[in-house]
Design a binder for this molecule. Structure first.
Ligand SMILES: [Zn+2]
Length: 290
């Protein structure tokens, strides 16, 4: 650096300026460095079986299903869930029932070619279904029936300031969904997300045997470690999804796993440590098939 900047730097080092408080909109986010420190020396990533939220070119993602499958296989996964948006989220290219059917045929093809090559990974048929603030989904039950896993997520009225416990209770009692995705809807430095009686929400999740999601995308990270400690106490299941829109983003899973580890969530409560058969047995209430 030149002499002017050097003088400023030395002055700051000798007499450090006060560090401002972290603004609420940027609080309680884990950095990748912190995540890696938490995971160093653990074998959690080795035992992780898959990633349960990502988007493909069928909605607002940039990767094809085959590219996502290859990226999952490169990470040693047994499965990935492709969770494109449902019809109600037009802005993100949400799929109609008909488009979803076409997508499922493409997933069948990718899975058949992986199987023919003797490779272990399978793509799970899934969706991120848009929920109304009343907790109602926008896809019919018969359209959802062939899916392995249904995520439900709120995308509207996410700036409400009053208590939103009721919408969560309604969503968790919706028989169509298995996972409540990005529960708060917060985004780093942009939106604080919703507020609720979280202990009650997670208790309702546990009672209904639903999972609540750690959205591991760095600027989302809901749930964060503090809320995950409440999830741990409730006994509810946890799902980890990177919310990837590019293949490379599958690496964000480290933030999700580290958050679960930091909160002391046992592996037995995390869907992503289940084998594919165990996961399907849970989600479909039947023995998984290959
Ligand atoms: Zn979403």
């Amino acid at each position: 650096v030149g002499p002017f900047v050097a003088r400023r730097l030395i002055a700051w080092l000798e007499d450090p300026p006060p560090v401002p408080d972290i603004a609420d909109l940027r609080r309680d986010f884990m950095t990748m460095t912190e995540a890696r420190q938490i995971l160093a020396g653990t074998d959690d990533l080795e035992h992780l079986k898959g990633d349960l939220q990502m988007h493909s070119v069928w909605s607002d993602g940039a990767a094809t299903i085959e590219e996502l499958a290859e990226a999952g296989a490169a990470r040693g996964y047994e499965y990935i869930a492709v969770t494109d948006h449902s019809v109600g989220l037009k802005i993100a290219g949400g799929l109609s029932g008909e488009e979803l059917e076409q997508q499922l045929r493409e997933i069948d093809k990718v899975n058949a070619s992986f199987q023919a090559e003797g490779r272990g990974l399978r793509v799970l048929k899934s969706i991120e279904m848009n929920l109304t603030p009343e907790g109602v989904g926008d896809m019919d039950g018969d359209v959802l029936a062939p899916l392995d896993l249904v995520l439900g997520a709120f995308h509207s009225k996410l700036r409400k300031k009053d208590d939103q416990t009721e919408r969560y209770v309604a969503a968790l009692q919706n028989p169509d969904i298995h996972v409540l995705a990005h529960p708060r809807g917060r985004i780093y430095n942009f939106r604080a997300g919703l507020w609720a009686d979280w202990s009650k929400v997670f208790r309702v999740a546990a009672e209904n045997d639903k999972a609540v999601e750690i959205d591991a995308f760095p600027d989302r990270q809901d749930l964060d470690v503090g809320l995950l400690e409440l999830v741990r106490d409730s006994g509810a299941r946890v799902s980890i999804g990177t919310d990837s829109h590019y293949s490379e983003q599958l690496g964000y899973v480290e933030i999700g796993v580290a958050s679960a580890v930091a909160a002391g969530i046992p592996r037995s409560k995390i869907l992503n440590f289940m084998s594919r058969q165990e996961l399907l047995a849970w989600s479909r209430g039947r023995a998984g098939e290959d």
